[in-house]
Design a protein around this ligand. Structure first.
Ligand code: PGA
Length: 259
C-alpha cells in the first residue's frame, strides 16, 4: 500500500500571532504551485494563542494546502482543569491533528504513557488525528534498550484502540538526542527503528493497520536530509522543529518529501 507522506511543522513555543500568520501565509505562497492531489500532507502546529490567527490566514487564502495542528491537549471534555485545552476546543479552533507525547512534554511537564493513551483515545473519538511521539534518550541508546523502550511506549499509547483507529493515527519516531541538536539519526537506523515500530503495530492491530499507519521521523530534519530519509522503505514523512520556523526551508522539506 502506498502511504501519503506527512510533513508536520512543530513550531514549539515560538511566534506571536502576527508572526504566525505571516509564516503560514509565506508557506502557502511557497507551496501554491504544488498539485494538491499528489503533494504530501502538510501540517503546522503553532502555539495555542496563534491558532485563531493561523486558521484565519488559511481560511482567507482558501488554498487548502496546509492543515492545522496543536501541540498538546487534555483528555477531559471540560471542567475545572486550569490551564488545559480540550480536544473539542482544539477542534473548534480549526485543528485536525494534535501532537501528543512529545519528549519535551514528557520531560518537562510529566506527560506519561497513560496520559498519551487517554489523549489518543479522546482525539480519535472526536475525529481528529493524534501525532503520537516516541523516542529514546542517549543513555537508553547507549544501554542498548532503544527498541524495548520504544515498543513499550507504542504499546501503551495504542492500548485499547481499534485497528481502524490505529490505522488513522500518525506516529513520530524522534530520538531525543537528535532533537534540536543538528545531529540527525542515520537514515538507515531511523528506518530500522520505524520498521520495528510497524512490527509492533502489526502485533497489536494487525497487518492492515500496520500497512496504513504513517510513521514519521523527527530530529534535526533539514532540507538537506529529507530526500535520503524519504528514500527509506518505512519512513513516511517528518516532524520538523527548527526548520519549520522558516517558510523556505519548510517548503523545501515538503518538496523533498515527494517520493
Ligand atoms: P527539531 O525538532 O527539528 O528542531 O530537531 C523536532 C521536534 O522536536 O519535533
Amino acid at each position: 500500500m502506498s502511504r501519503r507522506p506527512v510533513i508536520a511543522g512543530n513550531w514549539k513555543m515560538h511566534k506571536l500571532q502576527a508572526e504566525s500568520a505571516q509564516l503560514v501565509n509565506d508557506l502557502m505562497a511557497e507551496l501554491k504551485d504544488m498539485d494538491k492531489a499528489t503533494m504530501p500532507e502538510v501540517v503546522v502546529a503553532p502555539v495555542f494563542t496563534s491558532l485563531y490567527a493561523v486558521n484565519k490566514a488559511m481560511t482567507d487564502c482558501g488554498c487548502g494546502r496546509v492543515r492545522l495542528a496543536c501541540q498538546n491537549c487534555y483528555f477531559e471534555t471540560q471542567g475545572a482543569f486550569t490551564g488545559e485545552v480540550s480536544v473539542e476546543m482544539a477542534k473548534d479552533a480549526g485543528c485536525e491533528y494534535i501532537i501528543i507525547g512529545h519528549s519535551e512534554r514528557r520531560q518537562y511537564f510529566g506527560e506519561t504513557d497513560e496520559m498519551v493513551n487517554k489523549k489518543a483515545k479522546k482525539i480519535l473519538a472526536e475525529g481528529l488525528v493524534p501525532i503520537i511521539c516516541c523516542g529514546e534518550s542517549l543513555e537508553q541508546r547507549e544501554a542498548g534498550v532503544t527498541d524495548s523502550h520504544i515498543a513499550s511506549q507504542i504499546k501503551a499509547a495504542l492500548n485499547g484502540l481499534t485497528p481502524d483507529e490505529v490505522a488513522k493515527s500518525i506516529i513520530a519516531y524522534e530520538p531525543i538526542w537528535a532533537i534540536g541538536t543538528g545531529k540527525t539519526c542515520d537514515s538507515v537506523e531511523a528506518n530500522r527503528v520505524i520498521a520495528m515500530i510497524r512490527g509492533v503495530v502489526k502485533d497489536i492491530a494487525g497487518a492492515n493497520a500496520a500497512d496504513a499507519i504513517r510513521i514519521l521521523y523527527g530530529g534535526s530534519v533539514k532540507p538537506e536530509t529529507i530526500e535520503e530519509q524519504m528514500a527509506q522503505s518505512d519512513i513516511d514523512g517528518a516532524l520538523v522543529g527548527g526548520a519549520s520556523l522558516k517558510a523556505d526551508s519548510f517548503a523545501k522539506i515538503v518538496r523533498g518529501a515527494l517520493k
